[in-house]
Design a protein around this ligand. Sequence first.
Ligand code: CP3
Length: 360
Amino acid sequence: MPESAPSQEHTRVLYPLWNSPFLKACRRERAEVTPIWLMRQAGRYMAEYRAIRSKVSFLELCKRPDLAAEVTVTAADVLGVDAAILFADILLILEPMGFDLEFAKGEGPIIHNPVREAGHVDRVRPLQDPFPLNFVYEAVRSIRAALKPATPLIGFAGAPFTLACYAIEGGGSRHYETAKAFMYRDTGAWNALMTRFVDSTALYLNAQIAAGAQVVQIFDSWVGTLGPEDYRRFVQPHMARLFAELDPAVPAIQFGTDTGSLLELQRDAGGSVIGLDWRVDLARSWKRLGSQVAVQGNLDPVVLFADLPEIERQARRILEQAGGRPGHIFNLGHGILPQTPVDHVRALVDMVHNLSQSTH
Ligand code: CP3
C-alpha cells in the first residue's frame, strides 16, 4: 500500500490519456498547459496531406483506413498538438442513408438526390447498424494504435441541422433558404428527417467511441443561420436527444459558428464543451455559459495569415480572457484555411503552450 496519494507525475505515467491536458480540460480540471488542437489540422495547407491526396480522391482517402490514419497521425505529430482528430467528413454518413454524394473538384460537396418535399423523407434510411461505416472505425483503431499513448483521439459527426441543410440544399449554401423554407413549411417532415439523423448519428458516434475515440465533436457548422427562437423550436430538442444517446463516459464538444445569440440554448441541449468562434468575446461568453461547461476556441483562422507578433498578441489575449480557469481548449473559431502557412500553425501551438505555462 502506498503511504501517500500518488504524485501527479506518478498518475500521469500510469494513466497517460486520462491525465492528458486535453481530457483534463474537457473535464474542467486544471492542466499543466492549455491544450490546443485545430479544426482541419489535417488538410490541404499541409504538404504531407497534398502528397497523399495527389494519388487518391478525397472520398477514397476517407475510405482507406491506412491512409486516413496516416494523415491524422502525421498532422498531430508535425504540429505537436494535444489531440488528434479522425480524418473523415461529416457527409460520409449520408451515403449509407441513401444519398448520392460527390465531392466535385473545386466545387465542394454535391448531393445529387436532395430531399425537396415531405414525401422524400421516407426514402432517407436511418442507419440500422453501424457496419456500413466500418472503414471509419477501422481508421479509428489504426490511429489509436499509431498515436502517442498520451494523445487523445477525437471522433466526430455532423449535427442533425447541418446534415439536414446539406440533405435539402444538395450542397453548400449562403442563406439556406431551401432548407429553412422546408423547415417552416413542412415541420412534421423536418422533425422526421432530424429524427433519422439523430438516431443514425448516435449509433455512428457510439461506434467510433467503441473503436477507440476518447472525445467526440459534433459539427453544427451552419446553425448560426438561425435565430434563437427558431433554434429552440426546430433544433434544440433534437440536439438534446442526440447528447442523451451518447456514451456518457465520453466528453462531447458542441461546435458551431456565428452562434453568439444561441450559446445558452446550445449549452442547455447538452455536451461538456461549447465551441466559440471569433465573433464573440471568450470571457463574456464563458460567463454567460457558466462554470458547468468547458469552452473551445476562439482565434480567427485568418489571423494565421498575419505575422508572428500579431499571432502571439491574439493568442495571448485569448489566454488572458480564459484567465487560467480550468476548462479552456485553445482552437480556431473555424477550420484552418487551405493557404495557411504551416510554420505559423506550428508557431501558434508553441506559443499557446509557452504562454499558458505561465498563467496556470
Ligand atoms: O479537422 C480535421 O482535420 C478532420 C477532417 C475533417 C474534414 N472535414 C476533412 C475535409 C473534418 C472534421 C471535416 C468536417 C466537415 N466537413 C465540416 C464541418 C467543419 C466545418 O468546416 O464547418 C463540413 C461542413 C464538411 C463538409 C465539407 N467537406 C465541405 C464543405 C468540403 C469542401 C470544402 C473544402 O474545404 O474543400 C469538404 C471537403 C474536405 N473535408 C476536405 C478536407 C481535408 C478538403 C478535401 C480535399 O482534399 O480536396
